[in-house]
Design a binder for this molecule. Structure first.
Ligand code: CA
Ligand code: CA
Length: 511
């Protein structure tokens, strides 16, 4: 018995309306007269006689009013017929009528496919893979309605002459309500001050229409940002401060429906730039009272709150660290600071601050015997001024500079974490065992008359053996003696990496 679409539609309404009278619109043949296409059309009378539109013209009781393929299908290369419903529809059922009568021109093997948009993949309708068909027409009813815009019959085998024939293809359903667009506000953004503008990247799509407008609003943030154009697809947000901002994109479609999405913009604090004096020498002018050459490490100023070790460097009698007018660091400053003049590799790696005061002139010549309270005041001021770590202050000096170091050991030892006197006699403190808690590394040449190697090292009353004999000695008192070289050699010693590391590795002991 042939199927009659009108009685089918009536049957569906009777079935569906009592279930959900308000939710579902009446089911009608929504394929009627809709645009169609086909893989091929039989050339006899093309296109009018057997064109694909014939399958959607509502005439199903006239056997020759049909689509007929132009070639025979293969299972691997089916012939197809497709209708575009022009918008997303709810599809409740399908009915197909095949050849011109019940036997000739049937489709034997075929699939029925659907998709919601032309960017989606085709899917088989439930029960839509048919093989060995013997009926002149078939109906497919779906317990769960399909969301479809495109429907396709894919014919793999026809009866008799193996052409594919569809007299009528009826699609029962109703237009879906307008689907809202989907909006994407872009990937989350992070910027770092001083950059204070972020580019927003909006996009949107609409499955059953077109996107007609964009609107950006600020949801939250530490300040009110300025949007270059709140109705642009991808505006910029400027005037941003440190913190997290959230913006919402709302897209509107041609049916007035909206979809929205949010994006966050994180504004990181600025990376501090290095102090302009970092990684080089500069003059610290103190009104001619121990004006100093100062070295600041390469990362100085980039790490907020970082405390650096500080090394006091004292030159010898007649040496200098500054030029005559104290406006520039001398080209060849004397003392440990000489390791940090431009071009030295240590400039890039030395992790400490070095303060190298310039001795005052006595009459016309530099004649430096360091003034102990004045040097100590300089060190205390430098700790504050340069943000040095008060637990990691050491001192080193050569010759009369080492005498200056000795004076600091004798009078202000609790300020310092260690001392490295070179080419001078040892300090004599009383009682001598007070020295054992204070790290010292002395150096000099045996044949240097001013070094007094004997006083450091002689086994009967040398400072080093006597300190090492103290109860509780902790092994921090060392002397490095070379046999020859006279009154020199300090630059060689200070160029040793173990000596350089020692100066910035000592930590002040509890007094
Ligand atoms: Ca027809
Ligand atoms: Ca829409």
């Amino acid at each position: 018995m042939p199927w009659h679409p009108r009685s089918l539609a009536t049957a569906l309404c009777v079935l569906l309306l009592p279930l959900a009278p308000d939710a579902l619109a009446q089911s009608t043949n929504v394929a009627l007269g809709k645009p169609s296409s086909a893989s091929s059309v039989h050339p006899i009378g093309y296109p009018d006689t057997f064109g694909h539109a014939k399958a959607f013209n509502g005439v199903f009781n006239s056997p020759d009013d049909r689509w007929c393929s132009g070639v025979n299908p293969l299972p691997s290369n089916p012939e197809w017929l497709e209708v575009d419903l022009q918008a997303l529809h709810r599809v409740d059922s399908l009915t197909l009528y095949f050849g011109k009568d019940d036997t000739f021109g049937r489709m034997v093997d075929f699939d029925i496919l659907y998709r919601a948009s032309n960017t989606a993949d085709y899917q088989l309708v439930p029960g839509g893979a048919i093989t060995g068909n013997t009926l002149p027409g078939r109906t497919f009813t779906f317990t769960q309605p399909l969301d479809a815009r495109y429907l396709r019959v894919q014919c793999k085998l026809g009866a008799d002459d193996n052409y594919c024939r569809v007299r009528e293809f009826l699609v029962f359903g109703a237009l879906q309500g307008n689907q809202p667009p989907s909006a994407f506000a872009g990937n989350d953004v992070s910027i770092t001050l001083p950059v204070s503008t972020a580019q927003l990247q909006g996009s949107a799509s609409d499955s059953d229409g077109t996107v007609t407008g964009y609107a950006w609003t600020q949801v939250s943030g530490p300040t009110t940002a300025t949007l270059s154009s709140p109705t642009a697809q991808s505006p910029s947000a400027s005037g941003l401060s440190q913190g997290v901002y959230v913006f919402r994109l709302t897209a509107t479609d041609n049916g007035g429906a909206t979809g929205s999405d949010t994006v966050s913009v994180t504004v990181q604090p600025a990376t501090p730039s290095a102090d302009p004096r970092a990684g080089k020498l500069h003059v610290w002018s103190r009104g001619n009272s121990y004006d100093s050459a100062v070295f600041l490490p390469k990362d100085y100023g980039t790490v907020p709150g970082k405390k650096y070790p500080l090394v006091l460097s004292l030159h010898g009698r007649g040496g200098t660290t500054l030029d005559e007018n104290h406006t520039q660091v001398g080209s060849n400053p004397e003392g440990f600071i000489r390791q940090l003049i431009p071009g030295k590799a240590l400039v890039d790696t030395f992790p400490g601050i070095v303060v190298a005061p310039n001795g005052p002139k006595i009459k016309e010549a530099i004649d430096t015997w360091w003034h102990a309270p004045g040097v100590h005041a300089l060190v205390l001021e430098a700790i504050t001024l340069y943000g040095a770590d008060p637990e990691r202050v050491t001192m080193t000096g050569l010759s009369s500079g080492a005498a200056g170091v000795n004076d600091q050991i004798a009078s202000y030892r609790s300020t310092y974490a260690g001392a490295m006197p070179q080419a001078y006699f040892p300090p004599f403190t009383s009682p001598i065992c007070l020295m054992e808690a204070f790290p010292i590394w002395a150096a000099g040449n045996e044949d240097d008359g001013t070094f007094g190697a004997w006083n450091w090292t002689n086994p009967w009353d040398g400072v080093q053996p006597r300190v090492r004999a103290c109860p509780g000695y902790t092994g921090e008192f060392q002397v490095t003696v070379n046999p020859t070289g006279g009154h020199s050699g300090w630059d060689i010693f200070w160029s040793r990496s173990d000596a350089q590391n020692w100066l910035v590795s000592q930590v002040r002991k509890a007094p």
